[in-house]
Design a protein around this ligand. Structure first.
Ligand SMILES: Nc1ncnc2c1ncn2[C@@H]1O[C@H](COP(=O)(O)OP(=O)(O)OP(=O)(O)O)[C@@H](O)[C@H]1O
Ligand SMILES: [Mg+2]
Length: 355
């Protein structure tokens, strides 16, 4: 079986390193504090949290704020999450505080629950009741963890929702919240700005890429034997192309693996794999490129050519700067101490198109 996996949460043999980060997450959650975990997209936030949860053996429910359309929708998702973890019969007596009783229906097989509220209900009441249940189901020896993924969306859902949430959360005890986010600038606004309701609400942690040596060993151990003497150079070519990005490294390694294993390609296998991935995304890249304005295209091309833009050396003009901000916000560009294109395959495509 192909030992590389990308696009979903990775566990067990598909997961590497993060030893220090794992300890840090567990330590922080082993307190009354909340955790704020930030990284660019697909660096491994969900996988890391998942691993910590499994190791700690604590019940957890996750809500992706991207899927929340209203305050009431958020309350319904919370309740659904609770009912998945705790059988309804066992917690019905904890729901006597509900001022508005939601309609709870189970599917015939009993494998999923639907929660709906009466249309005319007051949002605040519905939210407070649902949030109060979290504190009631959590027990001292099995403390609940509530993960709010893509939390930066909180400001988009409804006006004042962030304030409402914070007002309730700050009085809650006995369980932890984990706030995940992939838009660093917005997460910083939310948790570092004095005027923001969530100012310093949790302990902040940022997730970097996986260290080069760890990822190298991980790839090396999993390359098929057919790679033979080429193995080391194949591995370093993969890591050079992806710049050790967790997701893209696993994606490229997976295609390389299949090419060696099933098609006995060994010569220039990394180039071939890259070309095949770029080709398979041609249409998406073309659409994406067409959707960008001229300045953004210019900036992307510039970044593609020099790969990294050292912000301390090149002081960008204000137009370039606002374009970089915009591209970073959309996730096409990653900003660390330099700016770089997030997707190495898109970078390759841009270079080829503009050769
Ligand atoms: N510790 C790890 N070891 C190996 N590969 C990893 C690791 N963490 C992440 N990856 C790779 O990165 C991919 C994305 O991981 P994950 O979904 O956990 O990231 P994320 O930061 O939650 O992403 P998103 O921003 O899309 O929510 C995984 O499918 C896997 O290929
Ligand atoms: Mg995730």
């Amino acid at each position: 079986m192909n030992p590389f996996k990308f696009g979903t949460i990775v566990e067990n043999d598909f997961f590497t390193d993060r030893v220090r980060e794992l300890e840090e997450v567990k330590q922080k959650l082993n307190s009354e504090n909340h955790l704020v975990l930030i990284s660019p997209r697909r660096f491994g936030k969900s996988s890391l949290i998942q691993k910590a949860l499994v190791q700690m053996g604590r019940p957890a429910l996750t809500i992706d704020m991207m899927n929340v359309l209203s305050v009431e929708g958020f309350a319904a998702m919370l309740l659904k999450g609770v009912f998945k973890l705790y059988p309804l019969e066992k917690i019905r007596h904890l729901m006597t505080h509900f001022r508005v009783v939601p309609t709870i229906s189970t599917t015939p097989m009993g494998d999923s629950v639907e929660v709906t509220f009466n249309a005319s209900m007051n949002d605040t009441v519905v939210l407070e009741d649902a949030m109060a249940l979290l504190e009631k189901v959590s027990t001292p020896d099995k403390r609940l963890i509530v993960v709010l993924d893509e939390f930066q969306e909180v400001t988009e859902i409804s006006k004042g929702f962030d304030r409402q949430l914070r007002a309730i959360m700050q009085r809650q005890k006995g369980f932890n919240y984990v706030f995940l986010g992939s838009q660093e600038s917005m997460m910083t606004e939310i948790f570092e700005k004095k005027k923001s309701p969530f100012y310093h609400f949790g302990q902040r942690m940022t997730l970097a890429k996986i260290p080069y040596e760890d990822f190298r060993d991980f790839l090396s151990e999993r390359m098929p034997v057919e790679a033979g003497q080429e193995k080391d150079s194949i591995v370093s070519e993969i890591l050079e192309f992806t710049d050790v990005h967790p997701y893209y490294t696993q994606q490229l390694a997976s295609v390389v693996y299949d090419m060696i294993r099933y098609h006995s390609v060994c010569q220039h296998v990394v180039d071939e794999a890259v070309a095949s991935i770029v080709r398979s995304h041609d249409l998406d890249f073309e659409r994406l490129w067409a959707s960008m304005n001229r300045t953004d295209r210019y900036v992307m091309l510039d970044l593609a050519r020099e790969n990294k833009r050292d912000t301390s050396r090149h002081v960008p003009t204000s137009t370039v700067y606002s374009s970089l901000q915009r591209l970073a916000k959309k996730g096409y560009v990653i900003k660390s101490d330099t700016y770089e294109i997030e997707d190495p395959f898109f970078r390759k495509w841009i270079l080829e198109e503009n050769a």
